[in-house]
Structure formats: C-alpha cells, structure tokens
Design a protein around this ligand. Structure first.
Ligand code: FKS
Ligand code: ZN
Length: 658
C-alpha cells in the first residue's frame, strides 16, 4: 500500500541568478536548491525516494493560470541584453529576470505537474518538488517576489482538469502571503487556500490589505480563502500548531480534499532573515504529518521560499523524512501560543465562523480593532538582536520493527507486521501470557526497538489498566491513554501526572474530570464522525502535543460505535505524538478492524471521511465548555487572547492605565 515518496529535482534549475545589485533579491540564490538536495542525499533520504524526472510545462499548462500577454512577454526574456532584462524586471516588484529563468520557470511548473501526475496515478503516495523559481506570488499577468509562473496554482488547475479532482486544498506555510494563489482561486469553491504569513499590520511585504484575515474569498468561493496574518515576528512551534489544530485541520476535514498541495516555503522557520520567526525545523515534521491523513495521503509539496541555508536544509529533510513515513520527533519547546498569535487566531476563526460548521462556536471578533489599523509603538523594539542559534534536529532513527502485534490464535497476521509474544510460556495463549507480552512490548517501544503495537485481547479494560500502571509505575514514563467508547472507567490513577486519560464516549451522567482525566461526552457517542473529529482535532491533538507523552495507549472499547474512517483518522493523527509510539488495544470480537488498524500503524494514510456534516449543537457546546475548563492548564487549547485592559488601551494608542 505505502507506495513511496517522489523527489523531483533537476540541476538545471540552479542555472540562473541575480546579475546586478538589488538588495531585495540577493537572498534568492542557486545554493538554496543545491543545499537542500545535498542534505537529502547526505542524510540518505534522496535514496529512499522515487526519483521522478522533471519536464517543462507547456504553453497550455501555463495558460491555465497566466495571461497569453504575460507568457509571451516572459518568452522574450532569453534574448534580452542585460540592460533590457533589468528594464523588463522593473515593471514588477521584488523579482529579477535572467536569460535562463524562462527555461527554469517552465521546469519548476512542470516539476509540480509531474508530481501531481505521479501522485494521482498512484505511482507514489506523496512527494516533494525542489524547484526554482518559486511560484506563489506570481499573478495572472505579472511576476512578483522571485516568482515567474505560479507553480502550485497551475498544478491545482491541472489536477482538476486532467485528473478530475473536485476539491484541492492548498496549504501555504511559506512566511509570505501567496497573493498570486489567492487571486487565482478567490471565487473557486473547489480550491481551499490557506496561508499564514508575516503581516505586521500590513507593514510587511507584499503589504496588501487583502492579505488580512478578512479576505475570505468571493462569490461562490466565499469561505474558501483563509489568511492567518502574523502581526509579530518570533512565532514559535506552539503558534503554528495551534493554528493547525484550531483552524486549518477542522476546516480541511470539513472540506475533505481529494488532493493536498503544499506551498512549501521554509522561510517560516527559525534563522530565516525574511521571516524572523522562531519555529524549529522539527515543526515541519508535524505540519507534514498532520496533513498526511487528508485526501487519502495524496500530498504534493512544492518548494517556495527559505533563505537561511542551514535552516532550509534541515526543514526540507524533516519534511521528506515525514513524507517517507518515519516517526516525527517530539516538537521542542511547546508552551502556549503568544498573545499576538491568539489575536490572529481569534480573528480568523471569527471571520470564518459563518462559512464552516466546525467554527460555529468560535468567539466573535474582539471588541477592539486588531486589523490593519492597529499599530503599536512597542512593536519595533521587538526585533531580536543577532542571528539566532538552534540545535541541529536530532537524527530520526526509525526502529527496526515498525509494528508488532499480539493476536490470539486463529487471527491472521496483517501484512507487514511482526508477531510478538513474551517468552514465558507458562500459560500458552492465555490472559497472563498476553499481558506479559504487552508489558514487554511497551518496554521495547520505550527502547525504540519497536515503533508501534497492536493487540487483540479478551479484556480490554484490564489490559489498559495493566499497561498504564506498568508504564507509569515501573517504566516511569508518561502515557496518554485515549479510550474510545466504554462507560465509567475503574480507578485509573491519573493524579501522579504520569497518565493523561481522555475518554470519548456517549453522553452519560456528568463527570467532572480533572486536569488529567478528560471525559469527552458526545450525544451520539463515537458513531458521529463530525463530533468525533471535532473533539480529536480541537481537543485531543492539542492536549496530546502539550502533554508530550512517551507512549500513546489507544483503546477501542467493546461496542464503541466509532466508524472505521474516524477510528483510522485518530490512529493516524495520534502517531504524531510520542514519536509514533502507539499501542492499540482492541477487544476480541473486533477482528475485522485488525488489518485496517495495522495498516494505519504501518504508516498508510486513512481513507477520506467524506465532507463532514455539522456536528450536533449540544456536542459543540459541551466540547467548548470542556476546552474552556482545560485551557487554564493546557495552553495549546486556547483560541482567544484574554481581552485585557492593556490590549484595549494599546489599541486606542493610549498608555496602559496607571
Ligand atoms: C528583502 C525583501 C524581499 C521579497 C520577498 C519575496 C519572498 C518570496 C517567497 C517565495 F516563496 F516566493 F520564494 N521581498 N529584504 O519566499 O515567498
Ligand atoms: Zn516566502
């Protein structure tokens, strides 16, 4: 099933550069590509990918997005003199031309199309195209910001036209706003465009009013354009993850794309001179992972920006290694999102609240103005002095065994899994032997000898208790226990902080829960995919990330009612935490679910759930109450900044009250 990862690369795209002095363009150098590719080779990642040849985009491909006039104008550039090139360049902003850039721009767009073809025909599951020039700024009739043709926009139109794709999600994690992509799909409900970008209340390039959160799309495309403006520099892992959990993922699951395209710019990582952000290269492992269960795993990433060569190559490696299916490292320094990020988050959620049922409960726009007009003096003093330093991401070693299973006699071993049992044969096939196998399995997961595990047991509650207690008390490790279905749980100790228990089940008698026991009650239980996914994305994932467990114990109780699709999404998404150390426990009788669950643990994408209906109003309200209660302890659950007196007075440009 796991059909591999494509890598598209062609040295030809290093063969153009800036030929005159222009401080705005000097960062866009050929070494960006060489450094990225060399790092993939050096880390043994290029070898693990399927190498797909690059082709030139044809006129017809380019005309899917650009005007004939513009294309013809670009076609003249290979024959221009240096002076003529400079003059040609002057009609556009922050871009340069070179006699070979037209050829490279055709290859860049063509690489994106080859990648789409490879993914859509099933030759590979996903992939990355390493290209220059980038694309997301170029417009229908204009070059802009180092971009000549809009590689990803062309790829999206092409996917619709050639492969009959109905819904495309474009995730633009580059630190600049892809205004070219926005322009292209503004009124198209078939393409959902998401971009976060350094904005600073319109002070940052490209300085457009329409990059703000209130540009939500037009006409039929209203709601299908999502802008998250960053009004401060220094955004960190927690800021990025919180936007994924509280905006992008819920909307993306509701939208249900057939294909995911990523404008993969790495200038949003630490050390980048343009972005000035503070998210580590490791965050791209998670951003990638979190998108890999959408669209049946069909994900095409196309390089955009990234100007610190060290940060760029580390980020590219994190992305590719995740596409290849290796478990992600725990994200470093996950505190809560900063105030400014929370303001942005609130505004985006409020602006999109009318268009997406997953945001129905989002708070209103704050009473103070946080849009373009709000300019604070203190902001300038925020600039950090000097080059930041950050540790090189740890080598990610995939354990020798990916998924080990403990199954009763007669249940056949799923493809690709390793049968596992403890050596003590005192009670062959019996409960004691099964339990001792489970404990040993967890120990081997903690030693990173095995990545994940799956067991079918006769008493799932009992097995859960034993594994949880053993992990906390004997191994001294932290477990996130996710219990799907079931009723009240017999005293699982959660007070020592070593176990965080989240139970998702049917609405029953009100339980208070606590900091480490989170009862998620859904009116129709886990059988309602919308409510279930709402809880998973907005509650469980942020909790899981913040808790940063050593082990995820995922328990499927008898008669949980969870549908296979939602269950597999949960299994897939949770592997982003605890370095993929997930142990799934299922009750005997659920044999039918063994093979699909195993395949998810092996790294296969979950099948799409279909566009989600609106969750039940009662569930949404209950989840919101839970989120509000828990956000005090778990900052990644916050979706709004507290409306402080300071924020208000800063807005009015008044001094904070004395
Ligand atoms: C230099 C000002 C530079 C232009 C920034 C262009 C950014 C391009 C990019 C792309 F992905 F397209 F490459 N202003 N101090 O990174 O978004
Ligand atoms: Zn950029």
């Amino acid at each position: 099933m796991n059909a591999g990862t494509a890598l598209l690369h062609d040295e030809e795209m290093t063969k153009y550069k800036l030929l005159w002095v222009d401080p705005a363009c000097e960062i866009e150098v050929p070494e960006r590509l060489t450094a990225s590719h060399d790092a993939l080779v050096r880390n043994g990642l290029a070898d693990r990918c399927v190498s797909v040849p690059v082709r030139e985009a044809t006129d017809a491909d380019i005309l899917l997005v650009h005007s004939r006039e513009y294309l013809e104008a670009v076609k003249t550039t290979p024959d221009l003199t240096l002076e003529e090139l400079q003059e040609f360049t002057l009609q556009f902003g922050d871009v340069y031309f070179h006699p070979n850039i037209y050829r490279c721009a055709k290859l860049a767009a063509g690489a994106a199309l080859q990648l789409v073809d490879s993914v859509m025909t099933g030759k590979v599951r996903n992939g990355l195209a390493l290209v220059r020039p980038p694309g997301h700024h170029s417009m229908h009739g204009a070059a802009s910001g180092f971009c000549v043709f809009n590689n990803v926009a062309i790829a999206a139109r092409y996917a619709k036209q050639t492969h009959g794709v109905k819904r495309v999600l474009i995730v633009d994690w580059d630190v600049h706003h892809g205004q070219g992509v926005q322009e292209c799909f503004e009124d198209d409900p078939g393409v959902l465009y998401f971009s976060w970008h350094r904005y600073e209340h319109q002070k940052f390039w490209p300085n457009l009013r329409e990059s703000d959160y209130d540009s939500v799309g037009k006409g039929e495309g209203t709601g299908f354009n999502i802008n998250v403006p960053w009004n401060r520099v220094g955004m960190k892992n927690a800021d990025y993850l919180s936007v994924f959990c509280h905006v992008l993922l819920p909307v993306a699951y509701e939208f249900c794309p057939d294909l995911v395209l990523v404008c993969a710019g790495f200038d949003s990582a630490i050390g980048d001179p343009e972005g000035q952000m503070s998210a580590g290269p490791d965050i791209f492992a998670h951003l990638t992972h979190l998108l890999m269960n959408l669209a049946g795993g069909r994900l095409c990433a196309v390089l955009e920006g990234g100007y610190n060569l060290t940060s760029l190559q580390q980020s590219v490696c994190q992305t590719v290694q995740t596409l290849l299916g290796d478990p992600a490292p725990p994200p470093e320094n996950l505190d809560g999102p900063c105030q400014s990020a929370l303001e942005s988050l609130r505004c985006v959620r409020a602006a999109h609240q009318p268009h997406w049922s997953c945001l129905k409960h989002a708070a209103e726009l704050p009473s103070f103005e946080v849009s373009t007009k709000r300019i604070k003096d203190e902001e300038k003093s925020q600039q950090t002095a000097g080059e930041p330093v950050w540790p090189e991401p740890r080598k990610r070693v995939a354990p020798p065994v990916r998924t080990a299973v403990v199954l009763p006699d007669g249940v056949s071993l799923p493809d690709g899994c390793k049968a596992f049992s403890s050596l003590e044969d005192s009670d062959p096939g019996g409960a004691v032997r099964t339990l001792s196998s489970l404990l040993l399995l967890v120990e081997k997961m903690q030693k990173n000898e095995i990545c994940s595990g799956l067991a079918l047991v006769s008493d799932v509650s009992m097995a859960m208790m034993c594994v949880a207690q053993h992990t906390a008390a004997v191994l001294n490790k932290r477990a996130l226990v996710v219990c799907v279905g079931g009723s009240r749980l017999p005293g699982l100790i959660t007070e020592d902080g070593k176990t965080l228990l989240v139970q998702m089940s049917r609405d029953e008698a009100d339980e208070q829960g606590g900091r480490c026991f989170v009862p998620v009650r859904l009116k129709k239980g886990c059988s309602d995919a919308s409510g279930f996914m709402q809880a998973v994305l907005g509650l469980l994932l942020p909790l899981g990330y913040q808790y940063d467990p050593d082990l995820v114990l995922l328990v499927r109780m008898e008669g949980s009612g969870v549908c296979d699709g939602a269950w597999l999404q949960l299994t897939g998404l949770l592997q982003g935490v605890a370095q993929g150390h997930t142990l799934v426990l299922m009750q005997k009788g659920e044999e039918a679910c063994v093979a699909p669950t195993a395949s998810s643990l092996l790294g296969d994408a979950a099948p799409p759930l279909g566009p989600l209906d609106a969750p039940l109003a009662e569930d949404v309200e209950a989840l919101e109450r839970l989120r509000v209660r828990l956000q005090v302890d778990w900052k990644l659950l916050q979706t709004t900044a507290p409306e402080t007196e300071e924020a208000r007075s800063a807005d009015a440009n008044l001094p904070p009250f004395v």
